[in-house]
Design a protein around this ligand. Sequence first.
Ligand SMILES: [Cu+2]
Length: 119
Amino acid sequence: MREWIGRSVLIMAVMIMLGQTGAHDVAAVSQGSQTVTLDIEGMTCGACVKDVKGSLAKVPGVSTVEITVGKKWVFFSDYADARALVTFDPQKTGVDALVKAVEAASSPLSAYKARVLEK
Ligand SMILES: [Cu+2]
C-alpha cells in the first residue's frame, strides 16, 4: 500500500513537471522575441562599442543588446573581432533595421558595418 502511494506521488510529480514545461514553451512563443548575432566591423575602442550599442538599443522593438569583443594577447580587447547579440520583437523591427542602425552610428572618424551571423 505504501509503495503504491509513493509511486502515484512520483507519477503526479512527473505530470506536473511536464505540464510546466509545456506552459513555459507557450509563454516563450507568445512573447515572440527573436535573437540575432551581428558581426560588427569598424570599431576601434570602447567609445565605438558605446555608440553602436546605443544606436541598436534605440531601435523600437529592441529589448537587449549585448556586445562582445575579441581578445588579443589574453587581455587586450580586439575591437575588430566584435559581435552584437540583439534580442528584438519581430513584429516591431527586423534584421535590416538593426544593420542600418549600426551603420547610422558611424561618424566622420569611424564607419561601422554589420553583417548577420546567425538568426
Ligand atoms: Cu572608438
